[in-house]
Design a protein around this ligand. Structure first.
Ligand code: ADP
Ligand code: GLC
Length: 492
């Protein structure tokens, strides 16, 4: 017992998203599952997320935390009043702290284009430290995620450095996506609350009149993690580093890639509460039921033997949607398959799928929007799952697909490369179709190959079984975080 106590880490995890309460993408799944893993492994985890308006509608039991009801911060000329509330993360017994400040978070969406977007996340970052102070909670690890909380490492070394409470605190910045850096004009300087320590910001940026939140985290975090080993290597180079590669290379000893885990409590076809029928490797009959229901729901021809390709995605540049637009309509003309698409995002990509649906009625269906239940249906009811990403830090959907016996077609990048193995027809090994080059030929080859392999029923069954036997659990991936956290705090 004493030993266990001694090993217990105090971790403050601060994120702009948490599933199932506030989600736009994988960041929410990861914050939620990683925090829950750490909590269940016996660590003292305090998670802080903003109390967005949508959380208020989630029917949670939310109570104010005594002594933390009347806090404030100065942001430039403004005084921002806030409070800390507490609830429990649904489906767990983990306490979850909510930053209440209606002025900043009582808006329709999680992210906005509003002029004070930076203030929303400056306040989240600083409020996390103020919360620790008020609770007398001395974190061993401050776990920050993406640009929204990437100023925290610098705050620990400047504005809050006076406080002995944080004397042993080590900051870890997890980069989920280097494509979003949080860059703002230099007039935000006065609002950062750095109290004369502004010179710590990147000098060239200051000269150019910008403040880059993620870059600041890369400069000052004690450890930088990202969400797959391949992406950790990729971002050190020009092609994927998005301007941060030189700085990352200077810190290469402190950059680690850990592939994301899957929350199998949410994503397992044997127990999935959303599916019309459950199934497992021992009895796959339910998958056919899921396909039939999905085809009906989506108004696709009820041909159970025709291969169905699924897509669930944010429709943004990163995800390779333009390549789909160049290749898939042509293939729909020459090959026999259907397509079920769920996603929203940039208008041009939404229009592209709408057009495909018009051209191929009964074979293409596009559901525009965000719908968690449908995402589960597509994972279960499709035969293949398409993810031709330009870059993909980790990606979760391809790992969900493997578990659902839905063969992923992916580009060889980031976490896609780390989680899907090329099928070798001769030996019956492998879990998916992997193409290397981001171009029409690459994607065309991959889809054509998937459709060819699909016809070899025995091989296809074997590939499905290989995929379903993969294990990307948080038990495994979370343990890697803990080991790193321990090493880091032992370095003090
Ligand atoms: P990213 O975080 O880059 O969007 P990931 O593959 O890591 O990519 O995670 C995406 C997560 O968001 C998955 O859980 C996926 O099911 C979900 N998702 C994406 N778009 C939608 C949508 N339109 N409706 C429901 N879920 C979605
Ligand atoms: C990002 C990445 C995605 C990753 C997710 C969670 O949004 O695009 O690849 O899986 O974060 O880490």
């Amino acid at each position: 017992m004493a030993k266990k106590e001694q090993q217990r880490l105090r971790i403050c995890l601060v994120s702009s998203e948490i599933a199932p309460l506030a989600k736009t993408g994988g960041l929410a799944d990861v914050s939620s599952a990683l925090a829950t893993y750490l909590h269940e492994a016996g660590h003292d985890v305090r998670v802080l997320v903003p109390r967005y308006a949508r959380i208020d509608r989630a029917g949670l039991d939310i109570v104010p935390v005594a002594g933390l009801t009347d806090l404030s911060l100065r942001v430039g000329a403004q005084q921002i009043d806030f409070a800390i509330d507490q609830t429990t993360l649904p489906g767990t017994d983990m306490p979850l702290y909510l930053l209440r400040c209606a002025q900043l978070y009582g808006r329709d969406s999680i992210y906005t284009q509003d002029a004070d977007e930076h203030v929303r996340f400056i306040v989240l970052s600083r409020a996390a430290l103020e919360m620790c102070q008020q609770m007398g909670f001395a974190p061993d690890i401050m776990s920050c995620h993406d640009w929204q909380t990437a100023l925290l490492p610098l705050y620990l070394q400047t504005t809050y450095a006076w406080d002995r409470l944080f004397a042993a605190t080590q900051s870890v910045l997890t980069i989920h996506n280097i494509g979003y850096q949080g860059m703002f004009p230099a007039y935000v300087l006065d609002q950062l609350g750095l109290q004369g320590a502004e010179h710590h910001l990147h000098q060239d940026d200051l000269k150019d009149g910008v403040v880059n939140f993620l870059k600041t985290g890369v400069l000052y975090a004690n450890l930088i993690t990202t969400v797959s080993p391949t992406y950790a290597r990729e971002i050190l180079g020009d092609d994927y580093g998005m301007g941060l590669n030189d700085l990352l290379r200077q810190r290469v000893q402190s950059v680690v890639g850990i592939l994301n885990g899957v929350d199998y409590r949410e994503w397992d076809p044997a127990t999935d509460k959303f599916l019309p029928s459950n199934y497992s490797p021992d009895d796959m009959s339910g998958k056919r039921v899921c396909k039939e229901r999905l085809l009906a729901e989506f108004g696709l021809h009820n041909d159970l033997d025709r291969p169905l390709i699924g897509i669930v995605s944010r429709l943004v540049h990163q995800k390779g949607i333009d390549l789909i637009g160049e290749v898939v309509p042509r293939l729909l003309g020459s090959h026999d398959f259907s397509l079920a698409v769920l996603g929203n995002g940039e208008h041009r990509y939404e229009a592209l799928f709408e057009e495909m649906q018009r051209r191929f009625p009964g074979r293409v269906c596009y559901y525009r929007g965000y719908n968690n239940e449908l995402a589960h249906w597509i994972e279960a009811g499709s035969d293949m799952f398409l993810m031709p990403s330009r870059y993909e830090p980790s990606g979760l959907n391809q790992m969900y697909s493997l578990k659902y016996g839905t063969v992923p077609i992916v580009r060889e990048t980031g976490g896609l490369a780390d989680s899907v193995q090329q099928i070798d027809a001769a030996s019956g090994t492998g879990t998916g179709i992997v193409f290397r080059d981001y171009n029409e030929k690459g994607l065309e080859w991959a889809i054509d190959r998937a459709l060819t392999l699909y016809r070899d029923k025995a091989l296809w069954r074997r590939v499905i079984a290989n995929g379903m036997a993969q294990n990307f659990s948080w038990q495994q991936q979370g343990a890697i975080y803990v080991e790193l956290f321990r090493k880091l705090s032992a370095q003090r």
